[in-house]
Design a protein around this ligand. Sequence first.
Ligand code: BV8
Ligand code: ZN
Length: 231
Amino acid sequence: MNVFVLTGAGISAESGLGVFRGPGAALWKRYDPMQLATPEAFARDPALVHDFYNARRNNLIAASPNAAHVALARLEAGLAQRGDDLTLVTQNIDDLHERAGSTGVIHMHGELLKARCASCGAVHDCRDDLSTSSPCDCAGALRPHVVWFGEAPLYMDEIYAALEAADLFVAIGTSGAVYPAAGFVREARAKGVRCCELNLEPSENAAEFDDRRYGPASEIVPSWVEEMLGS
Ligand code: BV8
Ligand code: ZN
């Protein structure tokens, strides 16, 4: 059995990381992610965009994975033990899945703890604040290694291959507002794959799901994983 899980900001909400929409979005008092997560914003005011990501990076470093992240790591190990497979694709740029023990996490929107050189394209680990004077070894300027609105998401070939092979599609903590991620459920449905939504409240594409469970991820994801591994 091949399980495809797509996670969004909601799975990290109870770890104290901001969500973009819906309950908890008020966390972004000082910054509007929709305005700042764009190449245009970075070109216009790189220092402000660096501040936005520096604040999130420091918040992430102080945060911890929650029971939902831990449950998905348990699911990966449990499925592998019985010869089944989990593909975990996340829209999130945090490393909480990895810190909870998940491996091979596909970060389609990039990673907050990495920086990319605008000149040579090199990707560096990054746990410190970035600024307009953060040079790469090649002396080029560094930007967050993050996919902004209008930029191409990463690993799309790998993602569509995993979608093609999936027997079960599960979306966790995502509003279904951002494409192409929001379209994955339609790809899965078109192949007759069973689709399940785990969220605090119905997402924009809730109607596309066969099975819908609502509640905080830290509660509904562990119970769903227990069911999956018990089955
Ligand atoms: C692209 C990184 C093309 C930055 C992000 C149709 C097709 C293709 C593109 C488009 C299209 N229509 C529009 C577009 C353009 C755009 C788009 O989708 N715009 C939207 C606003 C309409 N898409 C793009 O620009 C994408 N690029 O398509 O390029 C292309 C292709 C090839 C070649 C060249 C170009 C790129 C989008 C990526 C943008 N970057 N993140 C950063 O993080 O700063 S997206 C950003 O939104 C985050 O990654 C976030 O995760 C993501 C999606 O949001 P969600 O994860 O769903 O989170 P959200 O806050 O929305 O919702 C939270 C959910 O959690 C809610 O449902 C809530 O109920 C739930 N929740 C809250 N608390 C809990 C909870 N659930 C459980 N428990 C809780 N406790
Ligand atoms: Zn460089």
